[in-house]
Design a protein around this ligand. Structure first.
Ligand code: IPM
Ligand code: MN
Length: 355
């Protein structure tokens, strides 16, 4: 078992944990050389270790090849933050692909096959907020109000931070991904969308670095859009996009929007990649309001497929995706969010049978 890949499992809370359990049983059926560990995280860890993200959990992550994460309602947020900022998983990859039988609000969703690459660590997510009056000593002024920012309050501010290094690594990641997709028959295009027409310094830097990196990839088409125009085009004709490179917050918001175009959040998977680690997590939250036993595990299953690909079980990953697509095309074992009445387990049984 020396070559087994070590995977940390963090099911998360509520419905997400159910989708997670269904996914891991499905993976067990594939008999891959995966060595799972379930470190103490969240509410259970508070019971046993007195804290939601004890050092054991962190060590388990550091010792692993990858992690699969359900979703967090807050209790396992410490683990999520470590998986992102602790392991510097800077590229959050969120594919949206329409497959036959998948629900869509569009009349013609055929051909949607795009991947959002969301910068995962910077922007407003540096999470540095404070009271406006604390800015007074800095003498910062608002370019639009034409007066000191501290005079706008009482109120609060948040810092939006964009670094050259952050932009460079995520831009290169997006272009490399576009190249790999081009080799598989996609057009080979990166669209970067920002508010560089207003936020000259922050989004301007992101835009400028993406454009500069584009120069290193002559084989890949590059397009730079203003973020609101991108949102409009995304909903109007999503087929025009291949790889979409976005700063963190726009990527967060618009990946939920993109998910709605092809099956909704029940199908939206993501993988967060760093230089030496990756973890995989559905785009959706924990859905505490959903009826249990009937949640759609597709997003978690597709995350698992992305993870298998990363761990060099490429063939198993493709089999899993193909099996999911067959189940949607057949349409007889779908969960309620997709207009069916199957339970989570019935859906997974159908996928297992289709492999
Ligand atoms: C996501 C989630 C997270 C985010 C939350 C849980 C912090 O919405 O992964 O998209 O905003 O990044
Ligand atoms: Mn989100």
């Amino acid at each position: 078992m020396g070559s087994a890949k070590r995977v940390v499992a963090i099911p998360g809370e509520d419905a997400a944990a159910e989708a997670f359990a269904a996914t891991t049983s499905l993976l067990d059926g594939l008999s891959l050389d995966l060595d799972w560990s379930y470190p103490p995280v969240g509410a259970a860890a508070i019971q046993t270790h007195g804290e939601p993200f004890p050092p054991e959990a962190r060590a388990a992550i550091d010792d692993s090849d990858a992690a699969l994460f359900g979703a967090t309602s807050g209790a396992s947020a410490g683990a999520l933050f470590y998986l992102r900022w602790g392991r510097e998983t800077f590229a959050n990859v969120r594919p949206t692909r329409f497959a036959q039988g998948v629900g869509s609000p569009l009349t013609r969703p055929e051909g949607i096959d795009l991947v959002i690459v969301r910068e995962n660590l910077e922007d407003l997510y540096v999470l540095s907020e404070g009271a406006l009056q604390d800015l007074a000593p800095l003498g910062l002024s608002s370019a639009t109000w034409q007066k000191p920012v501290a005079d706008l309050g009482p109120g609060a501010y948040a810092l939006k931070v964009i670094t050259e290094r952050g932009c460079q690594r995520v831009s290169r990641f997006a272009f490399e991904l576009a190249r790999r997709r081009k080799a598989q028959g996609q057009v080979g295009k990166v669209t970067c969308a920002t508010k560089h027409n207003l936020l000259f310094r922050t989004d301007g830097l992101f835009h400028e670095v993406a454009q500069h990196v584009a120069g290193e990839y002559q084989d890949i088409e590059f397009e730079a859009l203003i973020i609101d125009d991108f949102a409009n085009r995304l909903v109007g004709r999503p087929q025009q996009f291949d790889v979409v490179l976005l700063p963190n917050l726009y990527g967060d918001v618009l990946s939920d929007a993109a998910a709605a175009l092809a099956g909704g959040l029940g199908l939206a998977a993501s993988g967060c990649y760093g230089n030496d680690y990756a973890y995989f997590e559905p785009v959706h939250g924990t859905a505490p309001d959903l009826e249990r036993q009937r949640v759609n595990p597709t997003a978690t299953i597709l995350c698992a497929a992305m993870m298998l690909e990363y761990l060099e079980f490429g063939e198993a990953a493709q089999q899993l995706v193909a099996a999911v697509e067959r189940v949607y095309a057949r349409g007889t074992s779908l969960t309620p969010d997709q207009g069916g009445s199957a339970s989570t387990d019935e859906f997974c049984d159908a996928v297992a049978a289709a492999i």
